[in-house]
Design a protein around this ligand. Sequence first.
Ligand SMILES: Nc1ncnc2c1ncn2[C@@H]1O[C@H](COP(=O)(O)OP(=O)(O)OP(=O)(O)O)[C@@H](O)[C@H]1O
Length: 751
Amino acid sequence: MNTLLHRYREQLPHTFKGPDLIVLQPPGPPAPSAGKVPSGRRDGLPAHPGSLAQRAYWALLSQRRDQSIVALGRSGSGKTTCCEQVLEHLVAMAGSVDGRVSVEKIRATFTVLRAFGSVSTGHSCNATRVAMVMSLDFNATGRVTAAQLQTMLLEKSRVARQPEGEGNFEVFSQMLAGLDLDLRTELHLHQLAESSSFGLGVWPKPEDKQKAAAAFAQLRCALETLGISEGEQRAIWRVLAAIYHLGAAGACKVGRKQFMRFEWANHAAEALGCEYEELNTATFKHHLRQIIEQVTSGPSRRRLEEEETSSGLKMTGVECVEGMASGLYQELFAAVVSLINRSFSSHHLSMASIMVVDPPGFQNPRHQWKDRAATFEELCHNYAHERLQLLCYQRTFVSTLERYWQEGIPVPFDLPEPSPGTTVAVVDQNPSQVRLPAVGGAEDARGLFWLLDEEVWVEGSSDGVVLKRLCAAFEKKGAGTEGTPALRSCEQPLQFEIFHQLGQDPVRYDLTGWLHRAKPNLSALDAPQVLQQSKREELRSLFQPRAKLPPVCRAVAGLEGTSQQALQRSCAVRRAFASSFAAVKRKAPCSQIKLQMDALTSVIRRSQLHFIHCLVPGPAVESRGGQGSLTPPQPGGDKSGTGGPLPLDIPALRVQLAGSHILEALRLHRTGYADHLGLAQFRRRFQVLDPLLMKKLMLASEGVDERKVCPLLQTRQHLLRSPPNSPWRGDIRPDWCGAGKSPPLVAAWKS
Ligand SMILES: Nc1ncnc2c1ncn2[C@@H]1O[C@H](COP(=O)(O)OP(=O)(O)OP(=O)(O)O)[C@@H](O)[C@H]1O
């Protein structure tokens, strides 16, 4: 486990001295191994994400096993920066076959991802709104053969709606500010609309527009570095322009469902290469499509469609336009990811991979002293973050203690309580696969996602009903109830609080309108067809390859790839979606979020996991614009522009430490035996020192009586004491090998 405490480094002398806990240096090129090494570190590297990357790399080479590096922490804590540094370090260190993967391309990828996947919020000016897994494949000689990007949980609704004081995806303002005159005229962007229902084309200050234009020039360079042709870039700008025009067109709020401003809708159709009528039908007239399908399909299908129309699935005109815009953006994002993957793909054989995971950060409006309740999208990001924390908990504590128990190693350590699983269950617990006992005592307690998916089909149901059922299942009532609560209802109507971060960081949510959000948006589902059937060749060639992908996995981008490693990862995603076919068939948006997280965890689950906990050490500072954004960190000391160093926010740091079980993990690391090897790896590593002993060792372990192994090693403790400076030096405990316990037989060292 690694803790990266960014900024304020100078103010934290010797904060963490554990062998695995490191303090992040300010961003910059990976530090060489020279320099002051914090005491207790065994790899000889100073504190830096690069040192973690190096460890994962050596583990990959020595164990021939996939590795994953997962960044966790609040929004704005430096996860994306850290992941970028890790990837750059790996590529620079290992080198790549044929130069297919280079540091420049990795940087370019992050520039593109920041443009298309991040927004400006109070936490950060580049808050990521998509979860990303970037995998580097290595061959047996340790060189990078290929890379693959997969993305999940894109906050596509952001295109049409943003919380107060937050922005749309950066790429819109960049394109509107920086597009050259010819293209601007061709796409009807030379004169921006007076108002856009998507909040596009607005810059609070003139310098913001200049910055956006400069960022657009950088984005174009990045796209070129990734080998994305001029024609493909034009197709990308066309879709973005169409989304802009849809925002300007708007929808009539009363009467017939139709565009409010015909002229702008016409521009949107022109940009997409389709007729106005086609766009109009795809956006508003699903019933026409449904009627055709009903006529051509069998009776069972007809029943399903009837159900859909009779339940509250009918949408307003505004929802239809929003759905079309978000659907177009999701397809565009997936196409951009495919283009990035094309630039990294190769047919070279690979042995194993290192996967770097950057999820959206944990978010709480209270962190910026905002009084508003959190939104549905923020709940989804917090849920994703806690699913990864749960994985960390299982690997750090549950599996480790289980291994000690299996090997008969007495370690005085109790499983920390509570587990992140308590709050994860509030969101996604499925009574048919209950992992934890229902907190409120109700036998069939369903998590929020399941409740929303269920209630959306019930005639006359409301947000209040969902809240009532949720509280009945998970709220602790009465004085006798023990343990940390997972949920409580608030005094404000339709509001509730989930006790995230092990109860340390409760977030208040407003459930108003969530039932409406849980409906599948039929316009969004029609968007891919509009793009695939475009009359413009450049759009068709960009989007038609997506038509071949199974519709179940549409929310996940980056499933293409021909190498063996890429196919394995894609299979893991498909398996996760296949596990809940009913939810996929119903196109239920909430279950899809859970399935996307299942897919992400199943991609990395089999690998050796390394977690990076990024902490925000100081309080968020309101920007001069009053939009609640963090003051950008200053190099070399983080002066906030006020002349003095920012104070450390000790309570906030405590909350972050306690909310992620960091101190408990450190304690287990010191009490237990953090490093261990399977016998086969142990033999491979040390047999050169005493081949005879190793042979006996293998024979003993292959035989029935494993007890013979232990005395053999005890007689040769010097094996592990040499060579000098070996990172594996240490004491062997006499009971390191569990007598009579079942395999896997492991060797454990005292760190
Ligand atoms: N080690 C560091 N020292 C100083 N500043 C940093 C460091 N790491 C990141 N930053 C800055 O902090 C800001 C937020 O960083 P970043 O986008 O990586 O955070 P994040 O955790 O990925 O946020 P989110 O989850 O919202 O995407 C950026 O402006 C970045 O430049």
